[in-house]
Design a binder for this molecule. Structure first.
Ligand code: HEM
Ligand code: HEM
Length: 255
């Protein structure tokens, strides 16, 4: 039997809303890319001279719009969870505002992209590079929502129209908006290929169960790393408590 003696601890990283968001998002993006591709380039072989025989295209558009509405609602729930979720789900993980995050990004690039080091960078939640790419993806998701709604509202004459028509005109009309919407589909496809490869690569080099963590929520982390993170968390809480105490003392003095 081959085994290792590294002391590991189970850590619950991805809460249920994050996992549900992930799989709903992955599914609807797949549907949106397939139906979007067909909308952008309908196969000539499926066209008929009898108009009623062309209605399959209407079903493709309907599938795109249903998936689009699920995509937007799911995204809205995740935006709420950026503020309500646990420390691994919070917004500040995704925007590299700290030196530590930038160091993590460069160190991970050395391992994942430049292959300069075989030694993985261990993190409990997302690694800094992954989190930064998710930030990019969230921005692209927002742009896709706005460009999509701009086209949808104008072409379907619905109650949201006044909120989005200006955007279509502001961006130069249907053609450029449709081009942006189309090009960004390829960003999703490239992201998905790199993302799935990297998840399994990290699972292999870190042996931390990262691939299954997005199903069950748990990762297996080196006990020393978890202890260090717990210490840091305790210190942060202590600092916050001290600041609150100081504030109340200052208020009392003023009174
Ligand atoms: C991951 C997200 C999405 C992807 C990958 C995607 C992809 C695409 C693509 C490739 C096209 C064809 C563009 C062309 O003609 O070249 C398209 C069309 C369109 N999409 Fe999306 N889309 C997404 C989200 C959305 C959202 C959120 C909406 C909002 C309602 C939306 C509404 C539309 C509309 C209205 C069209 C034009 C349909 C037509 O005129 O027949 N899409 N989409
Ligand atoms: C076999 C398919 C997939 C697997 C096994 C997988 C696995 C994972 C894992 C383990 C994480 C969290 C760990 C991390 O990288 O930091 C994650 C996060 C994420 N994945 Fe995937 N993924 C898959 C497909 C996709 C697809 C198709 C998309 C969208 C195009 C996607 C978008 C995301 C996003 C946006 C996050 C960040 C979630 C958040 O923080 O809310 N994934 N994925």
């Amino acid at each position: 039997m081959i085994s290792r003696k590294a002391p590991l601890r189970e850590v619950y990283v991805w809460q249920l809303p994050v996992r549900i968001f992930h799989w709903v998002n992955a599914f609807v993006i797949t549907v949106l890319c397939i139906t979007g591709y067909i909308i952008g380039d309908p196969p000539a072989i499926m066209h008929s001279t009898a108009p009623e025989a062309n209605y399959w295209f209407g079903w493709v558009r309907l599938a795109h719009f249903i998936a689009a509405f699920i995509f937007v609602v799911n995204f809205a729930v995740r935006i709420y969870w950026f503020f309500a979720g646990n420390s691994f789900a919070k917004w500040y993980n995704y925007i590299p505002l700290k030196k530590k995050q930038w160091r993590g990004i460069f160190e991970t690039i050395k391992v994942d992209v430049l292959l300069l080091s075989p030694k993985p960078v261990y993190d409990i939640g997302h690694n800094s590079l992954a989190a930064f790419t998710y930030f990019g993806l969230f921005i692209i998701m927002a742009i896709q929502t706005f460009t999509g709604f701009a086209m949808f509202c104008v072409s379907t004459n619905n109650i949201f129209e006044p909120f989005f028509t200006w955007l279509l005109f502001e961006m130069g009309g249907f053609f450029p908006v449709r081009n942006i919407h189309h090009i960004l589909m390829w960003a999703f496809i490239l992201f998905a290929i790199a993302h799935i490869y990297l998840v399994f690569y990290h699972d292999y080099i870190e042996r931390n169960g990262i691939a299954s963590s997005i199903i069950g929520g748990w990762k297996f982390i080196n006990a020393t790393i978890v202890e260090e993170a717990e210490k840091e968390e305790l210190e942060q809480e202590k600092i916050k408590l001290d600041e609150k105490r100081l504030e109340t003392i200052e208020k009392k003095i003023k009174v």
